[in-house]
Design a protein around this ligand. Sequence first.
Ligand code: SAH
Length: 351
Amino acid sequence: MSLGALIREDIAKSGFMRLDRYMSLCLMHPHYGYYTQRDPFGSKGDFVTAPEVSQMFGEMIGLWLAQVWQDQGSPPATLIELGPGRGTMMADVLRICAHVPGFLERVSVVLVEQSAHLIAVQKDRLKGHSISWQPSLSSLPDGPVFLIANEFFDALPIRQAERIDEIWLERVVRCEDDGDLRLGHAPLAADEAANLPLHARDGEITEWSEASCRLVSSLGQHIETHGGAALLIDYGRDGGQGDTLQAVKAHEYHGVLNEPGEADLSAHVDFAALAKAATPAFAAPLAEQGAFLAAMGIGQRAAQLAQTADAEPLADALERLTATSEMGQLFKVLGLRPQSAPGLPALEEPC
Ligand code: SAH
């Protein structure tokens, strides 16, 4: 059995498969899912993420966390990372936070991960730290929560609708007689269509992620009530129009239906929808990754590291993380905090 065969079987029963189900099967099916089968990161893998570019990325996140934690009175708290990949960012964060008085004693660490394969990689990378794992954020711990996520929300399932003859139809996966998967349409329930933009041109596509909004909604509620903060970093935009679902394999774009489970599927994150879902917590104005890292002092950190290490790779990494033509502009940073808490460093306040 392959994931493609499993998907075809499912479609044979109900006629079509919604995109959110297709995406979650492709990424997270326990046996055939993209993330459950492999370690996709790095130059030999399918894509490179910011923490894998340089230790400086995780260090800036660590400094941000330490500052926000201290600004809220250094409380006993839980540090949560969603989708930690190889565990690199958390290792860099904990190395920085070990210098902050009381942090490691008062803060317990939880990693949210569904891939058994990546949990093993994370356990190895974070040996010596006391950490627990959970498969989802369905329950939040008591007390303040400080949460970080890099390139996590782009992997959460999305749905899409297309405007055809003045109504919204859902875009779904269908199967041709010869077994080829193709995109088709299915009716959308009236109460769901009512949430979509009222005016749209024929052929326009709109995209939304229920899974992301549900998660951020319970997170925002928790942060507002119990304290803490969140830093969500991803590639995305300030709104939800257009089709952004894409498949990447070996650093190249592929058709999203071509090889289920073999390519990474992701969609641009709609930060406006996340900020709205986070209510009643306060969402800081959306920042670009380059500006955020610069405000956190990544330039000074690069100069400091260059005193004892080869300067060229450091300059390359700095460029990659911050330049407008690289990750600096496409990637955005959304910060959340309780309404009454001090402003967030680099997003609202200078560092
Ligand atoms: N943050 C890491 C990895 C990003 S890739 C980095 O920047 O390098 C996405 C990560 O999220 C992987 O660890 C993947 O296994 C995990 N993931 C994706 N969807 C998930 C889900 N629904 N629940 C839990 N983890 C998920």
